[in-house]
Design a protein around this ligand. Sequence first.
Ligand code: COS
Length: 393
Amino acid sequence: MTPNTQHLALPFFDDVHRALGAGLVHWAAAQQVDETDDRAACREWVQRLGDAGWLRYCVPAGMNGEFGGALPKLDSRALVILRETLAFHSPLADFAFAMQGLGSGAITLAGTPAQQAAYLPQVASGKKIAAFALSEADAGSDAGAMTTSAVPHHSDWVINGSKTWISNGGIADFYVTFVKTDADAGTRGITPFIVDATTPGLDASEHIAVMAPHPLATLAFSNCVVPAASQLGSLNDGFKLAMQTLDIFRASVAAAALGMARRALAEAVSYSKQRRMFGGKLSDFQLTQAKLGEMAALVDAAALLTYRAAWLRDEGERTGHLARVTAEAAMAKMTATENAQRVIDMALQLHGGLGVKVGSKVESLYRDIRSLRIYEGATEVQQLIIGKALIKA
Ligand code: COS
């Protein structure tokens, strides 16, 4: 099944996005990856996405193309098109793509030229798998409450503590890890470090199994020594960097949800046109038409908010007036993930018994979508962000 690409004609997009979308649709439709083992499948997807050049959209090009990116800067609309299209085909392919961007995002935003040169080209080619380590058992929505710490030791830092729900945990080559460098300063005492997976004192072997397969692990840091050169950005300024990274990727989570919702709608339309019932087709009934109409409107509402958030950020980069797009990204993430859950549920209902049969597309989408309403800021966090922005304005 191939997605409709009419939305690429919207004025949010440029010709570069339209060409990207058209090429990607054909590539994605031709890919078949056995996803029985999520870790092996994720590695396979990273390799394929790297070989095909799609991961080049996860990093910027650099002044002379030295970082390997496809475009001069991280382009939110390209990320949106890639995630939407990949998620339509395989939520795991989308996940593999997205984590390369999220995991390296803080290096793109605040890395030194040496850090960028060491990591970004490898992320763009798929030779290194990236991860973003922010959450802890008692610091999920309240990210500032983290307790994993780094203390200076000679010219190094020593990390102790634990991170959890880390996507790509156990298969990543490096973890951008946010830790407390001033225990009493709350969100103003956090610094990220790039921790290579082979660093002694880092254990990523505790895998977490979730309802829709996706590599996740808990990371244990036990006197894990990292060099001063692995510090990312200014000391104690890491919370803002984490939030800036999320500002970019939250709109892309919205796009992933949108891709899944578009797939569910396409499956529902196709099924309702062939399913025989009461002497006609399922699509003949007004109840079915009303449901499909509602689903299409939920999808388009999500799409417009998602494209607006991405366009606003790109426009800020282009004009040099990069205002915060936190509230717009939050609206997109909240609406697209919540709407996708409803659309997928309605698609499943239209499939009747087949909808809950293991192996049917709507059954796997039903499981795939659920975590998107939680990760990278739960719906309730997005509501809080939007509300706070309104009060501040
Ligand atoms: N860009 C730049 N700076 C930002 C920012 C953003 N998007 N969001 C917050 N900040 C800054 C604030 O301006 C504030 O700066 P000052 O200390 O200079 O005043 C600082 O960061 C703290 O902000 P705030 O007071 O809003 O922080 P809170 O502790 O209240 O937390 C929420 C805010 C809940 C929004 C934040 O913790 C959050 O996003 N949590 C969810 C985390 C998440 O997504 N986890 C999933 C991880 S990835 S799977």
